[in-house]
Design a protein around this ligand. Structure first.
Ligand code: GTQ
Ligand code: FE2
Length: 362
């Protein structure tokens, strides 16, 4: 094959056959067929080129909007939730190309009635007490800092019997499931699903993370609740190790029976940046959302600088150079992360690499 031919094949040159080529393309189009045209956008980019933008949502703005949706929107039966979605300015919908992050707001006495969907979900509790969620036939109270899972196709409802509004982060793999055309949804006939006689068996058997009943390990993750006090204790134990230069102390929530991720598609992690921490820059495939549990820090993502504080959210695109620092010399900064890393890992698409500080931004 001549080099001339191959240059045209790759669209670097219009070539003398432009008229033939467009006539061919027109005939093919009538048959729903196509050839590469020099004007086509590049099929492959050397590295990922996300449409998603790095973005920062501030707690003060979110709180004002939550109060407003609490006044204007009523919770009706049928399974629709009262949520504030974090929409990415680079995308038609969603927070990242795979994930939807929303803040759910439930008032005292309300019920978010039962439904199920193919999309997996997680809740990370931001504020409030007195709500509980039923997932399958298990029920768990939701308290600040807890992570609660809603695996794919499990019925779930949320009931709030507390005194003050309840606020939590929802992350669902909606756009990932949509890209596979694997969307299913079903409302339940009842607002609240029946609960088994032992409403928290999986947690009682496997929730310590270090011990379990004898016999074969269950295939599905037996743990739906990852209480804050256990996650916090795990981080504080790990924090005595020499800090990792890119992530300081960073632990993933795992399925204790398999050692794999807590959910098959959505990665979850808790990170502590020690006082004064200034971490190195890196890139990784896949997108993520970070929630600031406490502390004040700065992240540089794809050349943009975000100064964050408690209750803020940050969205990080695939392969964007990122680095993070704790702005305080005395206080810790803690971040909860949700990502699509397990989906990339199971498809063989996971990559990460350290990079120069300047690539993230200064
Ligand atoms: O609580 O079941 O943010 O189904 C989006 C879809 C929450 C939920 C969301 C949902 C839910
Ligand atoms: Fe749901």
């Amino acid at each position: 094959m001549s080099s001339d031919h191959s240059a045209r094949e790759h669209g670097t040159e219009a070539g003398p056959d432009a008229a033939d080529r467009s006539a061919l393309a027109a005939d093919l189009a009538a048959l729903n067929l196509a050839i590469h045209q020099p004007s086509d956008p590049a099929l492959f980019t050397r590295v990922p080129a996300p449409a998603m933008l790095p973005f920062h949502w501030r707690a003060a703005e979110l709180e004002a909007c939550l109060a407003r949706i609490g006044e204007v929107l009523r919770l009706e039966p049928g399974g629709v939730r009262r949520t504030l979605r974090l929409t990415n300015p680079g995308l038609a919908f969603g927070t990242t190309p795979t994930l939807w992050a929303s803040i759910q707001y439930i008032l005292p006495g309300e019920t978010a009635s039962a439904h199920r969907h193919a999309a997996s979900a997680l809740r990370f509790i931001m504020k409030g007490e007195g709500a509980s969620t039923t997932v399958g036939a298990e029920t768990h109270a939701m308290n600040a800092g807890d992570l609660v899972l809603t695996p794919s196709w499990a019925f779930h409802d949320h009931v709030h019997r507390g005194e003050a509004p309840m606020v939590w982060l929802d992350v669902l793999d909606v756009s990932l499931v949509r890209s596979f055309d694997a969307v299913f949804f079903e409302a339940s006939g009842v607002a609240e699903r029946p609960v088994s006689a032992v409403p928290d068996r999986g947690f009682r058997e496997h929730g310590s993370g270090i011990m379990a009943p004898p016999g074969e390990a269950p295939v599905a993750n037996p743990v739906l609740l990852y209480p804050w006090r256990q996650a916090e204790a795990a981080i504080l134990v790990a924090a005595a190790l020499p800090p990792d230069s890119l992530r300081d102390t960073f632990l993933e929530y795992r399925n204790p029976a398999s050692g794999g991720p807590a959910l098959p598609t959505i990665g979850t992690a808790l990170q502590r940046l020690r006082p004064g921490a200034e971490l190195g820059a890196f890139r990784q495939t896949g997108s993520s959302v970070a929630y600031v549990v406490r502390g004040e820090g700065t992240s540089w993502i794809g050349g943009l600088r975000f100064d964050w504080g408690p209750g803020d959210f940050i969205a990080i695109p695939s392969w964007a150079a990122q680095r993070h620092a704790n702005r305080s010399a005395v206080e810790d900064a803690w971040l909860f992360h949700a990502s699509d890393a397990p989906a990339l890992r199971s498809l063989g698409l996971w990559r990460e690499t350290p990079c120069d500080t300047a690539e993230a931004g200064q």
